[in-house]
Design a protein around this ligand. Structure first.
Ligand code: FES
Length: 148
């Protein structure tokens, strides 16, 4: 189902017809952030002004509007990286970020993901943070990378 269709359904089924938080959290969990287009769509369907939806996004730190996109942390879990210990790196990432795979941290900063191979199998475990691939990552190295 298309995102707008899903969002429309959620709005129709809201218990509190005035509370857009649930709707915005759904969009963010699906897209990683809330685009201007989706703000307009929600405002229109809930009979509100765009700025009222934008204010809600500003009020809750875990919600991200356009331009404040979430940093994706991708851990390679494919065979070569797995054999080199990517499982431990993934467990450390879950612990440090306090989330499971495909979840967004409570501050809205990171999304933890897994990936099947970056094509750098001899140098694993490999982790991609934003557009940078890091090789031979240990749990300790990961902790330092996420501190930056
Ligand atoms: S298996 Fe991890 S980069 Fe190929």
């Amino acid at each position: 189902m298309d995102l707008k269709e899903e969002v429309k359904k959620i709005i129709e089924n809201l218990e509190d017809k005035n509370n857009e938080l649930e709707v915005l959290e759904f969009i963010q969990n699906t897209e990683g952030y809330i685009s201007k287009d989706m703000i307009k769509f929600v405002a229109d369907k809930m009979d509100k002004f765009d700025f009222s939806i934008e204010n809600t996004i500003k009020f809750y730190p875990h919600l991200k509007g356009e331009g404040k996109q979430i940093i994706e942390v991708k851990i390679c879990t494919h065979t070569a990286c797995k054999n080199n210990g990517s499982g431990k790196v993934l467990e450390e990432a879950k612990k440090l970020l306090g989330v499971e795979v495909d979840e967004i941290t409570s501050d809205g900063k990171y999304k933890l993901m897994t990936q099947r191979c970056f094509g750098q199998c001899g140098k694993g475990p490999n982790v991609k943070i934003e557009n940078e691939i890091y090789n031979k990552v240990t749990p300790k190295i990961l902790a330092n990378l996420l501190k930056k």
